[in-house]
Design a protein around this ligand. Structure first.
Ligand code: MG
Length: 228
């Protein structure tokens, strides 16, 4: 009898919960201006505490799925970033314990409608329209952070149609991973499956329809998508 009641429900939700990213992701926390060279290239000051903004779950686009150029912008930028996956619930996490709260890392793209963001900045308005739209967060294949994994010196890069546009290292971040976790969790609870985009190095730029974007973590391709 019980089977009979639950069966239709299972058919409906199975495709949604079988997707590991969607099942786990509760929210996406992003850090701005975390690399000095990038802050400079956009004419921003170097912050004395992390700049934090959010994207909703609906922003996630996964590897090997089409990415369509949004119709509301004329200046879409890629921003390649290291992305942490949260593995433990917490609030007010101390920096010295922070590494217990994430267990995987990848490279993602924080897509940004730069023209809209510039307009928002000028008017002192929030950035969501420029940063949090559907498919604005691309996420690569995760690598587990195992004991001895040298996370502090991880290298990553982004190629646009085969040409290298961005190169960065975790060692260049103004605020390191553990400081970010401590800072974020003093405002927001972190939950298992949350993602943290940790900021982009210099070299951000425009992409147009037909461009192929590919991200690398320690030289290994982890994310590839075409702008359609
Ligand atoms: Mg960014």
């Amino acid at each position: 009898m019980n089977c009979f009641i639950y069966f239709p429900f299972l058919i409906f939700v199975a495709p949604i919960i079988s997707n590991p990213i969607l099942k786990l992701t509760m929210k996406i926390i992003c850090i701005g201006r975390n690399y000095a060279d990038h802050a400079k290239e956009l004419g921003n000051e170097i912050p004395d505490e992390p700049v934090i903004f959010m994207k909703p779950k609906s922003a996630i686009i996964q590897a090997h799925t089409p990415f369509y150029y949004p119709e509301f912008t004329n200046e879409l930028h890629y921003e390649a970033e290291l992305v942490l996956r949260i593995s433990k619930n917490g609030r007010y996490i101390q920096e010295r314990h922070a590494s217990n709260y994430y267990n995987a890392i990848t490279v993602g793209i924080d897509f940004t409608a730069r023209d809209i963001q510039d307009e928002c900045k000028k008017k002192g308005l929030p950035w969501e329209k420029a940063k949090a739209f559907d498919n604005s967060a691309a996420i690569g294949k995760f690598t587990d952070i195992t004991p001895g994994f040298n996370i502090k010196n991880l290298n990553f890069s982004l190629n646009k149609s085969g040409e290298q546009m961005q190169v960065g290292s975790a060692s260049q971040m103004i605020f390191g991973f553990d400081k970010l976790i401590a800072s974020i969790s003093s405002y927001f609870s972190l939950n298992i499956g949350d993602l943290v985009f940790t900021g982009t190095p210099a070299g951000v730029g425009e992409c147009v329809v037909g461009d192929e974007l590919e991200c690398f973590l320690e030289g290994e391709s982890v994310l590839k998508l075409e702008v359609k």
